[in-house]
Design a protein around this ligand. Structure first.
Ligand code: FES
Ligand SMILES: [Fe+2]
Length: 437
């Protein structure tokens, strides 16, 4: 994992010993970011680098489980020496690759009421006695990816259609100011449609959304068969906002290995974190992928009646179009019901992304359409799911999605995420090629 290459010899006081328990504490030593934690109540203090090698998520958001530090996103576990001893998506028989190990500091000592770190081998055998004015150094920012990241202000994003409002937010004769790619547009609904000011390449409406393309678009629009299929009933979630760029949010939406760890309170099957091998099929402008997942299905009415188990299998069919349009069809194999989730991201500013989510619900062929109360229940449930993801986005605190796949450590469960990084790379490259020609 990338860390500061500044030499940091010597002992650094990083925290009062009494303040370090079994919750990871972010600290700094010699300009490097770490977390310190006790892997059991009353045990000696252990130190780890600040970020998980998998998707660079801060380990300060992790927790101690069975004497190991467990990352909060996908549950990778690290022992006191920094060895990665468990990757749940690999299943019980899976072996973590050596690159998953963390490089821990040379030494950690608890002396004179302080926790001391020596990031590198040091000549002094023990920490010095602290003085009255000893203070820990400020916690540095955790190391960012060394290579390029795809953020919300990437120039290629000018060349795509972006969702900028729900159609119903723009009343006849009304106007609305929206943020996109760090700029402000005023939308006006006129007798002829919707106009944008300053002028854009185009403004249009599709799927109940107002879309704006700042410059000639090169993206391939997402199709949505459910929007015109009479077997489906739509239900919009209120638009929400993520305090970060769209790339990591998109990555999260396509991530199939975090359900057990992030969504245990809603649908994640906590005891079935393994992800079977699946394929990703490239398509113009994006890709698709289908595989089966274990989940909990508390909104299935037959579960409350005892007619079906809470734990169910579902077939998830993902379709992605660059840069930030997706749908996933969740087909519940026991009931035949299907929920398709349309998920669209508006890259507003470097640190702000607006999220549009619409559900299309079908109770299955031969079944009556879902009633309004059932739609409302499903919308409320998916809002809780989305809020679980947004809490995670708040702690990831990244500036964008690393485009060099060597920056992170991908495992087989991450094929969709790798495909996303490649698709965004291709998107940015296609735009540069178009501009150069
Ligand atoms: S387990 Fe840490 S980011 Fe995935
Ligand atoms: Fe999620």
């Amino acid at each position: 994992m990338a860390v500061s290459h500044r030499r940091s010899t010597g002992w650094y006081p990083v925290a009062r010993a009494a303040e370090v328990g079994t919750t990871p504490v972010p600290v700094g030593a010699g300009g490097r970011a770490y977390v310190v934690v006790r892997l059991r109540p009353g045990a000696e203090v252990t130190a780890f680098p600040a970020r998980c090698p998998h998707r660079l998520v801060p380990l300060a958001a992790g927790s101690v489980v069975d004497g190991r530090l467990q990352c909060g996103y996908h549950g990778w576990r690290f022992d006191a020496e920094g060895r990665c001893v468990g990757i749940p998506s690999l299943g019980d028989a899976g072996t973590p690759p050596p690159r998953a190990d963390l490089s821990v500091p040379w030494a950690v000592e608890e002396r004179h009421g302080w926790v001391w770190l020596a990031p590198e081998r040091t000549a002094a055998p023990a920490p010095p006695r602290p003085s009255a004015d000893t203070v820990p150094e400020p916690v540095p920012a955790a190391p960012a990816p060394a290579g390029p990241v795809f953020g919300n202000l990437d120039p290629s994003l000018d060349h795509a259609w972006h969702p900028v409002a729900l159609s119903r937010e723009l009343r006849p004769g009304g106007w609305l100011q929206v943020r996109l790619l760090g700029r402000t547009w005023t939308l006006r609904r006129t007798a002829d449609g919707v106009e944008g000011d300053p002028p854009a390449f185009g403004v249009r409406e599709r799927f109940g959304i107002v879309w704006l393309a700042p410059a000639e678009p090169i993206d391939v629009p997402l199709d949505l068969p459910e929007a015109t299929d009479r077997h489906y009933v739509p239900g919009w979630l209120p638009p929400l906002r993520s305090p970060g760029p769209a790339g990591p949010m998109a990555d999260n939406f396509l991530d199939v290995a975090h359900f057990a760890h992030v969504h245990g309170a809603t649908f994640g099957a906590e005891d079935r974190p393994e992800v079977p091998v699946y394929d990703v099929v490239p398509e113009p402008g994006g890709f698709r992928s289908t595989h089966e997942q274990w989940c909990e299905n508390p909104t299935d009415p037959e579960v409350a009646r005892g007619g079906r188990p809470l734990r169910q299998r579902r077939r998830a069919g993902y379709v992605y179009r660059a840069p930030f349009s997706f749908r996933v069809s969740l087909e519940y194999l026991d009931s035949g019901a299907t929920t398709t989730i349309l998920f669209l991201l508006q890259p507003e500013d470097a640190d702000s992304t607006r999220i549009y989510t619409c559900l299309f619900l079908s109770a299955g062929h031969g079944q009556p359409l879902p009633l309004p109360a059932a739609v409302a229940e499903e919308v409320a449930f998916h809002r809780r799911v989305l809020e679980e993801d947004l809490r995670l986005m708040g702690v990831i605190a990244s500036e964008g999605l690393p485009l060099d796949v060597r920056e992170e450590l991908h495992v087989p469960a991450d094929r969709l995420g790798v495909a996303l990084r490649r698709a965004l790379c291709d998107f940015a490259t296609a735009r540069r090629a178009r501009t150069a020609s």
